[in-house]
Design a protein around this ligand. Structure first.
Ligand code: 9D3
Length: 245
């Protein structure tokens, strides 16, 4: 899979993506990452990538032509059929389902904006989709692009080891994770739950599922409403709630 990021801060994207799981996937040629700087596609002596908004008002708007030519070169380097995604606060909120669909395409060109936004005609003519990472304000699209790259990369075959595979993520599909513990057994009188020390794997699995259900019920009831619980899960959640009192 190929990622191309159109950005005024290419080193921000390559540095962050070069770390950890994504960095290893790049080294192992499971994914490639290329960055394209709109500033390299300017033709004036000041390398102007932005201009004042028609209609007036605060802030600047990214110009069409440097973005258009950067995307053109990214397609040229890959495929004409690449999916072009503009990251913006006005976009469709990304979800695991949306990213899982995206992981089936062979090339995604991610366009990261800066300033107040980009010329709307670039969105109309050059972009296939517009995505948001959620209802909060960040300073530009680079961190959003990195989130997409990270979340999509970990879904690709061979990227994660058996230990924390994407399958493990989907096992607890739509639920929050259970608590985790490691040595020492006591920290300032806070002990590890007895069941985890016992070695009864069926009991441990039941305890973990109960905790996952209970925490989801407490913290993210919206997630629980979307799920169809098995009879076993319904019972575990009831036990969790009873044990609270
Ligand atoms: C004054 C209105 N603001 C829009 C909500 C201005 C504005 C804020 C932040 C314009 C651009 C930005 C930069 N944000 C992104 O590029 C961005 C983003 C975000 O801020 N929130 C959630 N998802 C994303 S994806 C890209």
């Amino acid at each position: 899979m190929r990622f191309d990021v159109v950005t005024l801060f290419p080193e921000m994207v390559t540095a962050a993506a070069g770390c950890g799981v994504t960095g290893r996937a790049i080294e192992r040629n499971i994914v490639s990452l290329s960055v394209w700087n709109p500033r390299d596609y300017t033709r004036d002596r000041h390398k102007t990538v932005d201009d004042r908004p028609y209609g007036g008002g605060p802030g600047m708007v990214m110009k069409y032509q440097p973005l258009h030519e950067a995307v053109h070169d990214a397609k040229q380097a890959g495929s004409k059929t690449a999916k072009v995604v503009y990251l913006s606060p006005q976009g469709k909120p990304i979800t695991q389902v949306l990213l899982s669909e995206a992981s089936k395409t062979s090339q995604i060109i991610l366009v990261a904006g800066r300033y107040e936004g980009i010329d709307e005609r670039f969105v109309e003519m050059d972009c296939d989709e517009e995505w948001s990472i959620g209802d909060y304000v960040i300073s530009g699209g680079e961190l959003a692009a990195l989130i997409v790259i990270d979340a999509v990369t970990r879904l690709l075959p061979g990227v994660l080891g058996d230990e924390d595979s994407a399958l493990q993520d989907s096992y607890s599909d739509g639920l929050l994770d259970c608590p985790h513990y490691t040595r020492p057994e006591q920290i300032d009188g806070h002990s590890v739950p007895e069941v985890l020390l016992g070695g009864n794997h069926a009991d441990i699995e039941r305890w973990r599922m109960k905790q996952a259900l209970g925490r989801t019920w407490q913290r993210r009831p919206d997630l629980l409403k979307k799920k169809n619980l098995s009879a076993e899960q319904e019972n575990l959640l009831k036990e969790f709630i009873v044990e609270l009192v």
